[in-house]
Ligand binder design. Structure first.
Ligand code: ZN
Ligand code: ZN
Length: 565
């Protein structure tokens, strides 16, 4: 079920698309008016729909009421689908920016610019001014417009780790309600998106009202945006938006499924259900099943993991029996990319080793910064010898295997820090960029190609250098680089630091398709940050990685062999 704000947002989308399509302006205005009416509604939206009384709201006629009801029940509507099909794929998003006519959106689409993010990058690189219908002036104006929006949106952008921590607090608080028979995280956070806009929790109870009342008493809850008998949408004091959906126990699995998958994933499941038997996935009423697995089974599919439910080919892969068995946290045998007090870490070698051992893994790689990273106290040759001696001493006291490594800077010309002859003495090398991010794409590509194809094995650390939310991935010709890596002695890191979460899933999949191997790392600068592993694994799952794609899923000896420079 969608709440009135979500339905209103869809109506506004329809209005915008009708407008850029050049339809009768009154038609677009009717959807705008309907959206405003819903946003200002002073009454129980769900109850009005159930009673078939939407048309009593001023500004909502019969046709609009039918569309509102459709969106409320299914999260989708045929009119919007039809508009999406008729218009370029970026139209929904790009039409949010003022001044973009259909003609201009088509021109952008033909130049490969299909989203606001694409547009921001293209404006930054000066490519938009060369698209037909645009100039240097309009490019600058668009960039300013995008920057303004970015600023407005930042406040409700919630990073993955904060989202999960807050959601777990809410869940454990809700579990104090005796009426609760089950509760779990849903929404984009369950899919482990790196940035989410709200926390969604689905709960089961025979007395939904009691659970909602408990939620309303959550100490960090600042104010309620919407409340009906099954759902409460609220803001926490920190500005985070949280939504609780409470259903009867028999509807729990169905609600979890529809509240977790991306809209397009769920719509596709619905379509499959419709082609079989409407009772499997009813448009109206609830899906009755004991588990999500049972729902997928009824549809002729294996259970699809939450991280994959994005409609990026997972349903087709499931139908063809080609879903990879996803990596799990338990599948990781070694902690890679750990810093210590030798560079900018907070803990000693022994403390890091013992903490990793306590987490049940059998090896860790100590990879402090190289000298060029002077701001991070990069380790020069003298101190490196001292570090290796200390590792040898610690090794005698702990069971976990400690590998001697480095996080060596990729210098501006694509060579690595430390002399070549010396590099080969490490057990493992991570090669990362820490400076000179602002090269143009061509220079950056050349730099990376040189570094990553050096004739010894290395792991490409936090590949595209993004920082969430402040620094976007740097520009380079990724396809070309992946092709080169596939031919050379290099693996790619998936960095679990919640500020990095680098590489992005779409590139993970592109690399996996080329047979490239991965390392899931923590980039831990303290013992506490070893828990970053779970975020790294989450990204790997979003990128469809199986255990066999991941080097640090190997046991100690095999891993050492695989990564030896
Ligand atoms: Zn680094
Ligand atoms: Zn690092």
């Amino acid at each position: 079920m969608q709440d009135r704000f979500a339905v209103a947002a869809e109506l506004r989308k329809i209005a915008r698309l009708l407008e850029i399509k050049g339809e009768n302006p009154f038609k677009a205005q009717a959807y705008e008016r309907g959206a405003a009416a819903l946003e200002n509604l002073d009454g129980d939206f769900a109850a009005l729909i159930k009673a078939g009384r939407l048309q009593e709201i001023a500004g909502i006629g019969r046709a609009l009421a039918a569309i509102i009801e459709e969106i409320y029940r299914t999260g989708e509507c045929h009119l919007l689908q039809q508009l999406r099909e008729e218009l370029p794929s970026g139209a929904v998003e790009l039409s949010e920016l003022p001044g973009l006519s259909l003609k201009k959106i088509i021109a952008l689409d033909e130049a490969g610019i299909k989203s606001i993010a694409d547009l921001a990058t293209a404006c930054g690189e000066g490519r938009v001014s060369k698209v037909k219908g645009f100039g240097v002036k309009s490019q600058a104006k668009l960039l300013a417009e995008i920057a303004k929006r970015g600023h407005v949106q930042k406040n409700d952008e919630l990073p993955l780790d904060q989202g999960i921590e807050e959601a777990e607090r809410i869940l454990s608080y809700l579990r104090g309600a005796p009426e609760l028979s089950g509760a779990a995280l849903a929404g984009a956070l369950r899919r482990r998106r790196e940035i989410v806009r709200r926390i969604v929790i689905v709960a089961a109870s025979k007395k939904p009202r009691a659970v909602l009342d408990r939620f309303l008493g959550y100490p960090a809850l600042a104010h309620t945006e919407a409340l009906d008998e099954n759902c409460c949408r609220a803001h926490l004091a920190s500005g985070i938006r949280a939504e609780l959906v409470v259903v009867k126990p028999e509807d729990y699995a169905g609600a979890l499924l529809t509240e977790t998958g991306s809209r397009r994933h769920v719509a596709k499941l619905r379509k499959i259900a419709r082609s079989q038997s409407a009772s499997l996935f009813p448009d109206r009423g609830h899906i009755r099943a004991r588990s999500e697995q049972e729902i997928y089974r009824h549809l002729g599919l294996p259970l699809i993991s939450a991280e994959m439910r994005e409609d990026q080919g997972e349903i087709e892969a499931a139908l063809a029996g080609k879903l990879p068995p996803l990596l799990t946290v338990d599948g990781i045998r070694g902690m890679t990319h750990c810093h210590t007090i030798y560079s900018d870490g907070r803990n000693s070698i022994e403390e890091m080793a013992r903490a990793a051992e306590a987490m049940g893994v059998s090896y860790l790689t100590i990879t402090d910064h190289s000298p060029t990273a002077y701001y991070a106290h990069g380790v020069g040759l003298d101190r490196l010898r001292a570090q290796w001696e200390e590792i040898d001493r610690v090794q005698e006291r702990v069971k976990i295997k400690i590998l001697k490594g480095t996080e060596s800077d990729i210098l501006a010309d694509g060579s690595l820090d430390y002399p070549d002859a010396f590099l080969e003495r490490f057990d493992v090398i991570i090669a990362s960029i820490h400076a000179r991010y602002k090269m143009n794409s061509e220079q950056m590509t050349a730099r990376l190609l040189r570094a990553l194809t050096l004739p010894f094995f290395k792991i490409w650390g936090h590949p595209l250098g993004r920082l969430i939310p402040s620094r976007p991935p740097f520009a380079c010709e990724m396809e070309k680089i992946l092709d080169a890596i596939a031919e050379s002695r290099c693996a790619i890191e998936i960095n679990g630091d919640p500020r990095r979460l680098d590489l992005e899933p779409r590139w993970i999949r592109a690399a996996r398709a080329r047979g490239i191997h991965f390392v899931i790392s923590t980039d831990a600068h303290s013992t506490g940050a070893l828990k970053n592993l779970s975020y790294g694994v989450a990204m790997a799952r979003r990128g469809w990685l199986a255990r066999s794609d991941v080097l640090n899923a190997l046991e100690s000896e095999a891993f050492s062999q695989a990564v030896r420079p």
